[in-house]
Design a protein around this ligand. Structure first.
Ligand code: FAD
Length: 126
């Protein structure tokens, strides 16, 4: 089982997220990819979990999408189980997803993870 987490900068208004979620739900459900999409201000952060090749194929499409830019992979590794197993893709808008992001970002060394931590924490005061 592979888990990949990335951040990117949105180039579209928040109203586009519904369309992104619709194609994500449709496509991910077919190939057993699960995860969550978090959006705030002009930032996206996404967790993708699933079979190695299916996560690669999903990520190839996401990288080619003109609706965002500056994709930075913060984590890409094998894991024992899914964190977001019940959702083909879920828009992160609750405490559980936020807690996961904060917990992940706080414990990683990279500058990207530190930046994600700062972004998620600042979003809590919105
Ligand atoms: P459709 O959704 O039917 O779209 C057809 C084509 O039009 C695609 O090439 C699409 O990129 C493009 N397109 C659609 N709307 C717009 C628009 N408003 N502006 C520019 N181009 C547009 N896809 C997944 O399958 N799983 C995911 O988890 C996932 N997460 C995403 C997260 C983010 C932050 C973003 C920006 C996109 C994500 N996508 C995801 C969408 C992905 O990038 C592809 O657009 C999608 O997988 C293509 O699905 P489709 O072949 O069913 O095409």
């Amino acid at each position: 089982m592979r888990r990949l987490i990335y951040t990117s900068r949105s180039l579209v208004p928040p109203s586009e997220i519904d369309q992104i979620m619709a194609s994500s739900l449709r496509n991910n459900d077919h190939v057993g990819v699960t995860g969550m999409l978090w959006a705030w201000d002009d930032w996206f952060a996404q967790v993708l979990e699933g079979d190695f090749e299916q996560v690669s194929a999903t990520m190839r499409r996401i990288r080619a999408d003109p609706r965002h830019t500056d994709i930075e992979v913060l984590l890409d590794r094998e894991v024992m189980c899914r964190q977001f197993g019940s959702w083909s893709m879920r828009e992160a808008d609750d405490g559980e997803a936020t807690a996961f992001m904060v917990g992940f970002a706080r414990c990683e060394r990279s500058n990207g993870a530190q930046r994600l931590y700062d972004i998620v924490v600042s979003s809590l005061g919105r």
